[in-house]
Design a protein around this ligand. Structure first.
Ligand SMILES: Cc1cc2nc3c(=O)[nH]c(=O)nc-3n(C[C@H](O)[C@H](O)[C@H](O)COP(=O)(O)O)c2cc1C
Length: 252
């Protein structure tokens, strides 16, 4: 069973264009996975389903690894779903030229998790919807941030109501749905295929920070978490992904 969790940064709930697009990707993926004998579970939440507060810059996540808000709002639950799923969908509408405020708020709240590399190698499908413009810039912006998680990002860009690819034209959508389902499955089989040179640099700098903090006994909770996970044994992100994600999958 491949577990897909989708988080949609729109508070339009079931009316959300982005949520509806997410469902289409999930349906296409389920169909493709079935051809390989795999079943798929799919859970989608939108901004309308959760309560989320803004980060208060208390720095507790850096210092203790714990966000005090996680037990007050729904972020603790969202984090757990992100950890537990095999594939993460992150879809955002374009609001005022970039990702929605909800999506950015989620990312702010995930900063500690990114430093601890908790989503390393997680196949993550990134998509945006927009009426007519800013799609490319907004998707690139979100893509850039997601790379810091060292997750395996599949950026399929933006979908338009008046533009290309057009959400309302099946001749635009069908090839993309098929292609995306294929990419998702291949990335699930081997998350290393989506890793970029930039992510390798991000990973290495995190590992060097960790090694130094451990060597000098600086008491960094974040470094300790990376060390305890055994990640600082690696220099290459692809090797870490192979050991931490691919071998785990074989054992399942
Ligand atoms: C507050 C707000 C800002 C928006 N800003 C843009 C924009 O900058 N460019 C654009 O082409 N569409 C913009 N749109 C349109 C949305 O991107 C588009 O309708 C999207 O598909 C909505 O997705 P949703 O239904 O999942 O929220 C905006 C919509 C809203 C509500």
């Amino acid at each position: 069973m491949i577990k897909v969790f989708s988080l949609i940064g729109s508070a339009a709930g079931e009316r959300s264009t982005t949520a509806q697009l997410s469902d289409r990707f999930a349906a296409a993926f389920r169909q493709r996975a079935a051809e390989d004998g795999e079943t798929v579970s799919y859970e989608r939440l939108t901004a309308a389903d959760v309560r989320l507060d803004f980060c208060r810059s208390c720095h507790s996540c850096f210092r203790s690894g714990i966000c005090p808000l996680d037990s007050v709002d729904d972020m603790g639950m969202l984090k757990q779903k992100m950890r537990d799923c095999d594939i993460l969908f992150l879809g955002s509408p374009v609001y005022m030229g970039r990702m929605s405020g909800f999506t950015k708020c989620v990312l702010d709240r995930l900063t500690g998790m990114s430093h601890r590399l908790e989503l390393l190698g997680k196949p993550t499908l990134l998509f945006m919807t927009t009426d007519s413009n800013h799609g490319q810039a907004a998707a690139d912006d979100l893509d850039y941030i997601l790379r810091f998680f060292c997750s395996s990002v599949i950026n399929i860009g933006a979908f338009y109501k008046t533009g290309h690819p057009n959400l309302n034209y099946e001749e635009d959508m069908q090839p993309i749905l098929t292609e995306t389902a294929e990419k998702l499955l291949q990335t699930w089989y081997d998350p290393r295929i989506a890793i970029t040179d930039f992510q390798q640099k991000v990973f290495l700098s995190r590992i060097l920070i960790t090694r130094r903090a451990i060597r000098l006994n600086l008491g960094s909770v974040e470094a300790q978490a990376v060390h305890d996970a055994g990640l600082d044994r690696y220099v290459l992100l692809t090797e870490a992904i192979e050991d931490f994600c691919m071998r785990k999958k074989v054992r399942r």
